[in-house]
Write a protein that binds this ligand. Sequence first.
Ligand code: GLC
Length: 405
Amino acid sequence: MSDDRDRRMKWWRQARFGMFVHWGLYAQLGRHEWVMNRERIPIKEYEKLADTWKPKERPAREWAKLAKQAGMKYMVMTTKHHEGFCLWDTEQTDYNAAKHGPGRDLVREYVEACREFGLKIGFYYSLMDWHHPDGAKCAKDEDARKRFIEFTDGCVRELCSNYGKIDILWYDVSWPLSSPELWESARRNAMVRELQPDIIINNRSQLPEDFGTPEEHVTAEGKGRDWEACMTFNGSWGYMPSAIDWRSVREVIGMLRTAAGGQGNLLLNIGPAPDGSVPEEAYERLIPVGKWLEKNGEPVYGKVDRADGMEWVPTGQWTRKGNTAYFWCNRWPGNELAIGGLKMKVQEASFVATGEGIEFDQTENRLVMKNLPEESPDDIAGVTIIKLECESEPRQVLGAGYVVL
Ligand code: GLC
């Protein structure tokens, strides 16, 4: 089992950075994907959005192109969010994109776009369903539960059968059934794996499966557990033009640092407009992130190790690959950069972006890098990566007390 997981997770553990896409009827209202529930919009009224939804041609190509430019390696799109509207041509319900406004299978377009741009393909699927007549009733009525399970099986089977190879199944909210037994998750996930032997499944069907999903915070899970932090860009997953507090380029890079430092991934969301276009604010940030990654991708992609043995210093933070420590300097100190408490011998120091070597002195408790530029050499985000190749595994010890012997 764990060998099989290592095989399936190999690409994912090296990919680090993916794009989440929340797109559905709610985009037309532009007030978060929970708008139906939070504003108690009656189903009959909400349903009208199915016919008024007229996305432009193939917007998924724009998302995939942007994801590629941003240095992302995979995508995860909402095939059905809590609202219950299916973005694919399904036989399980008429409440789907092919039979209403869009008049076509939006999941297929998405899959084709991912393939065109060489991105791995993830399907988000909300178990909770506010539209299905048994979606709530299933908790109290066994017949309803059976019907709802059959519906859920049918949807998941179609998604895993009709689109070729799918790389990730990303379940969400398992309300209202209170156990994986009631959801029949183990059986369903076994079916998924039969249809898609390489697929990676998240932990939101009430079973741990392959990876944990910290949400809106980038926090490593316990050692040995794979994890992916999912983050909004502006506080809303669905399109919401009034949500104007967009995370900055530096914040995105900082999240990538925390992800890499804890051997995890970052799944950063965009909520396309009703027509499918990507909000301008996302472009303004993701393009520079991609440019930065082009120069500084080395500590981000590929096999990383946990940087647990390292401490905080005022000028930046760490990630690690084997005996190489990467110092992410996001507060440039000027022409000298000192780091205390390193317990390993540094053999070489250099800038990742240019490969240029850095002069340094190392004494027992102090590494001092010298003759550096006055300003941060990174003109994209002010985050400069310094690579320290060391004789042994990087370790840093800095107690609170200050003792110079
Ligand atoms: C939450 C929300 C949902 C969002 C998801 C993404 O569970 O209910 O709207 O899609 O997180 O992780």
